[in-house]
Design a protein around this ligand. Sequence first.
Ligand SMILES: [Zn+2]
Ligand SMILES: [Zn+2]
Length: 832
Amino acid sequence: MVRKMKEQYFPQEIEKKWQKVWEENGCFHTPNDSSKPKYYALSMFPYPSGKLHMGHVRNYTITDVIARFKKMQGFNVLHPIGWDSFGLPAENAAMKHGANPAKWTDENIAYMTKQLKMLGLSYDWDREVTTCKKDYYKWTQWLFLQFYKKGLAYKKEAAVNWCDECATVLANEQVIDGKCWRCDSVVKKKYLSQWFLKITDYADRLLADLDKLDGWGDNVKTMQANWIGKSTGAILKFKVTDSPYGDMEIPVYTTRPDTVHGITYLVVAPEYKDIEKLTTPENKEAVEAYRENARKMTEIERLSTERVKTGVPLGTHCINPFTGETFPLWTADYALAEYGTGAVMAVPAHDERDFAFAKKFNLPIKIVITNEEKTIDENITEAFTDEGFLINSNEFDGMKNTDAKKAITEKAEKEGFGEFKTQFRLRDWLISRQRYWGAPIPVVYCDKCGIQPVKEEDLPVMLPEDVDFSVTGKSPITTSKTFQDAVCPVCGGPARRETDTMDTFICSSWYYLRYADAKNSEKCFDKELADKWLPVDQYVGGIEHAILHLLYSRFFTKALKDMGLISFDEPFKNLLTQGMVLKDGSKMSKSKGNTVDPDEIFENYGADTARLFILSDSPPARDFDWSDAGVEGCYKFLNRVWRLVSTNRNNIIFDYQLPEKLAKANDDLVRNVHIAIKGITNDISNEFQFNTVISKYRELTNAIYDWTNQTKWTDEDKQTFSFAVISLMKLMSPVAVHLTEEVWADISDGKSSIHDQEWAKWDENLAKSSSITLVVQVNGKVKDKIEVDESLEQEELKEIALNSEKIKATIENKTVVKTIVVPKKLVNIVVK
Ligand SMILES: [Zn+2]
Ligand SMILES: [Zn+2]
């Protein structure tokens, strides 16, 4: 037979060759029907921004190695990819260069697809989904209609987050520290009529079910729990005594009903819905001016504890049903319309913000809680927020304040001016966007019939193409001559089409379901297929999605389960959030100029080196520091592996048979292989510790090289070598996907692919290192000989020696001066 394998490693050549073969043979196509158990490995799908960056390379390599490992372990593995392709960059590029967002997106997808293939990823490309294509967004719109039917999608006028730079509203989750998640501009408040999804209906379940997610890190679960923000307290109602508009009542949410006897004023948000009715004519002008001012401020500014408190009185008063006292009503911007009921009962003695406000405006401070450690009186210089017992609180005096919360709310409930209330910080999800490049919200407005959903059979509502992208200050979609005119589905009269499009986070809230049945044109997906493949067994992506995509997807899954579309209620069983790729200590970014172009690495070293390197430095969850020397080192290692095979190619027997009894050197090598199989399998199974997997590749390669230095190439030697090399190839095949395939094709004479092989198995007895005879001396004289495991460390050998019965007897009543350990040989104990 003619040897095909070249002496030298040419990754560029073999990688292209195998990528073509895999594609032509449909090697990574996943059948829905299989007798094997299923395994769903998923990376968060990319936005087609133009080019892959190293963060992508890391994310997709991690998932790919997991997918390949599981496949070799006997699973029917689903490992799909797609494009989160609606969104602002495409539209901004269109505005800047006059390009069409669809064309810009298609070109980027084409380029990035080429890059993903160059990386040798095992995707089932038949299941590719692209969210901006009508075969996908038709179903995004259809799902919107299902939410609408269930009362989970609604339109309301609200103070919403507005980003000037992006010229659109944002969801609360997309405002990070008062800034836009995408462009970092400071977010403003605007009053707009917008579409929302009622995620708050699911707040309780989203919180409670975090306990089910054993395969998620505590960090993400804590972030979600804090964002959902459950608190327990009470709603208390206060009658207004002197509103010019007659009887009115103000409900207040509080987590401190125990302090109700200490209320000295009440604050409503400047946006409070009834604020005009609560304002006396004399105060109207000042209140209006104040509200106008508040409108211009960001939430962060308003809630800042550093800022001097501002506010104006409304002129009206409330009565405290517990004391019969009346107190004044104010408006102040530290109360927010969206939180609680938009009104705050102010107890300056026991709340820091209220205290600062009362001091500024000379409002009374009434102490109702105290404890033994502190003497407090009306002259306190800060709010008393510790626990204690009640005073000045009528029949509740002397009660512990923690108990009083319940007792006071019970009284309010009995007498009809309050009730227990659980509240969440989570707000409904604002999904309208005043932009073009998104899925149009499928509703029309009829003068006669009001808001009407588009009929399902009329989906998709297509994005218009006759738009002017050069407009500013409004959505380009509104420039279309054809889009807005519609027919009312109820009365057949003229109607106006909704011009807002959906937040792209809607598209990504269900894409993982579509992969189960990506080409279905009749349904968003078949229920049976979704139930078969989902939940995702291993999800891999960035932590930045902790309370965005990962929360929205959980909400979608629960809502879709309630609609009967699926049977499970959590989408992702295990979540791995990979660390960042750093260079020179900071995150790779264009603005810092510290990026490394994956294309260059592929070209200079090949994809296998890139894959090996990106996994080698640290565990996946940790940040990873790029080093050119590290890349070079990985390339050298692959060359070394290649040479190990190519120079000894004639000594490889593909169908090797290991004899039962082996010579010592061969037995040692076989044991080293079993130790490596066991170690590598455990490292991958246990939180994907790929960095230690790669050091084990190196150790085993070194052991095989050492062995070749002493071999005489007897038949037994050849069998042993073949076993070692073939095992090494299998172990390395999920990472060095091309190199191992090339070797496999050569040694198997082209009969099979290494990627269809079973994962290597180890023998527990052989996976132990061989034993040695440890000699134990006392003052230089041999006193004992003990059989011990070869791999033991110095400290362990010392301990074994000192615990030997013979040694204990010898050194009884003597003092150990020192202990000398010669690894793998002897321990000498010096006594006097
Ligand atoms: Zn922005
Ligand atoms: Zn109508």
